[in-house]
Design a protein around this ligand. Structure first.
Ligand SMILES: [Zn+2]
Length: 512
């Protein structure tokens, strides 16, 4: 059947992350994800000394792809900064109206799926889930309120004058940001120009993650985004897979992060084994267990809260975790919570969920935030009747505490209790640079004499489940994405199934 549908990958093929897929369906033009490729970024840049200053640099390095239509026609320009005073403190954003209308549909808020969207003109509609919007924009609010804001990304996210107007961290106003965000909801189809898009929630290592079915002219296309079937929201993934298998899809863009050799354990196994180790640790005189995890891994934060309740521990969280939890618990999302979150905002609804999920567990006796000295968050913590302790001196945190931190920053200058344990909790694939970071952290912990433990449950589908999903869905054409091993799809699935595997190449349009 002839059609006028084209798919051009601009990231996320033959590699993990940086997903950016342009779909042109007759007159509709839209992207599936608009992610930052960390692998490419780290070839040129490193935080904090070596940071990009202009969009032009990112184009020259290929970190921002040079995007054109399938006929080779440029149709928009990325936004850039113009210095508006000599001190360099103020900035103005140069943006040009796109020559042709297009939209962006975001599967989830991991930066390798959404990060580059900050460079888009403000008139481009960005469709995403409520959680994705809150999580993505909280990154920038975290920089404004607790970190150092001032990177190219921070400056393009929000204009100088809008940033100056954000004074109240309790009610930051997500609408002050430059880009235009439109919320979609699970199972509620929406139209992007003439194309119908159906979003389906999936289980991943961040809430608000979605896969899509796209009803293009003459073709049904599905995109998995990142997904798995071994986390606490696995029912969502099952529903999506069920829907796909009832379709006879023309094209399936499917992730394959875990091909190769990767350890797979379910979230449940990880929680159970972590709980039994922590139980032993605290029974034998342990004072603090410090868990390092991503602040967006909300399900695992919830699980850690459950462990604290069951083992009778106190719970302290870092500023970045606190801020994201605060924005979730004061937004419409609190009505949709499935797993209980640390009650930094008191709400009888959360108490009810806790009683359902962890009956007979105890409320933590001391709930607090780990802050920097003179942090803007102290006032808010006090207002919410939370305790606080300073980040360089953990001895101010009561004993028998679980402390949740969100990064592997240097621990050499910090004061630990004598009997502390560090737990590194991961979900994502690690590249060489991540392993360097991890190694430095291990070296520091070993030098300080703090024992280490690692817990890992992948945010991505395991290989056996992936094979089962493809067998069940049986698309006519399969396009491997977000994987280091696209060839496996060809050599395996073409042999065992009547399916054609199309190996995508960055920048080359595929006529569907
Ligand atoms: Zn992801």
């Amino acid at each position: 059947m002839s059609s006028n549908v084209y798919l051009t990958p601009y990231g996320g093929v033959n590699r993990i992350g940086g997903n950016t897929f342009l779909i042109e369906d007759c007159s509709s033009k839209f992207f599936l994800d608009f992610g930052l490729d960390f692998g490419k970024y780290r070839l040129y840049y490193d935080f904090p000394l070596n940071m990009p200053k202009t969009t032009k640099e990112l184009l020259a390095t290929g970190i921002l792809p040079n995007i054109v239509s399938h006929e080779g026609r440029p149709f928009f320009e990325y936004c850039d900064l113009e210095k508006s005073d000599s001190s360099g403190k103020r900035w103005a954003i140069i943006e040009k109206q796109p020559k042709e209308n297009f939209s962006v549909i975001i599967s989830h808020a991991h930066l390798d799926h959404i990060g580059n969207s900050i460079f888009l003109p403000s008139s481009v509609p960005i469709y995403l889930s409520t959680f994705s919007k809150i999580s993505f924009l909280t990154n920038f609010l975290t920089h404004i309120f607790i970190g150092k804001s001032g990177s190219l990304f921070d400056k393009l996210a929000i204009s100088y004058y809008s940033k100056e107007r954000i004074k109240n961290l309790e009610r930051p106003g997500f609408d002050a940001f430059r880009n235009k965000y439109t919320i979609f909801r699970n199972n509620v189809q929406f139209k992007v120009y003439d194309t119908l898009v159906e979003p389906y929630a999936v289980d991943h290592s961040i809430p608000g993650a979605f896969g899509f079915i796209i009803r293009a002219s003459n073709h049904t296309i599905a995109y998995t985004g990142d997904f798995r079937v071994h986390g606490s929201m696995k029912d969502f993934s099952s529903e999506f897979i069920g829907k796909l298998s009832g379709e006879r899809l023309d094209y399936l863009l499917c992730e394959g992060t875990n091909l190769g050799l990767n350890p797979i354990r379910s979230e449940e196994e990880v929680v159970n084994s972590t709980e039994s180790v922590l139980k032993k640790f605290f029974e034998h005189g342990g004072e603090h267990a410090l868990v390092i995890l991503s602040q967006t891994h909300i399900d695992r934060i919830s699980e850690m809260y459950g462990i604290a309740r069951r083992l009778g521990l106190n719970l302290y969280v870092s500023e970045a975790i606190f801020l994201l939890l605060y924005y979730i618990l004061t937004s419409e999302l609190k009505e949709r919570l499935r797993s209980p979150l640390p009650p930094i905002v008191k709400d009888p609804k959360i108490d009810r969920i806790v009683q359902e999920v962890w009956p007979n567990s105890n409320e933590v006796s001391s709930l607090g935030v780990i802050v920097k000295e003179r942090s803007k968050l102290i006032k808010l913590a006090e207002k919410l009747s939370l305790n606080f302790a300073f980040e360089n001196d953990f001895s101010t945190v009561p004993t028998k505490s679980l402390i949740l931190l969100n990064n592997l920053s240097s621990i050499l200058g910090k004061r630990f209790m004598k009997n502390s344990l560090l737990v590194v909790s991961t979900t994502e694939h690690e590249d060489e640079e991540d392993l360097y970071d991890l190694n430095r952290f291990v070296n520091q912990a070993m030098l300080l004499g703090v024992p280490l433990l690692r817990i890992h449950s992948s945010g991505h589908i395991g290989v056996i489940e992936l094979i089962e999903v493809i067998k069940r869905v049986r698309p006519k054409n399969l396009i491997p994405i977000h994987t280091l091993y696209p060839n496996f799809f060809k050599s395996y699935f073409e042999r065992i199934l009547d399916v054609k595997v199309i190996l995508p190449t960055e920048g080359y349009p595929i006529k569907l």
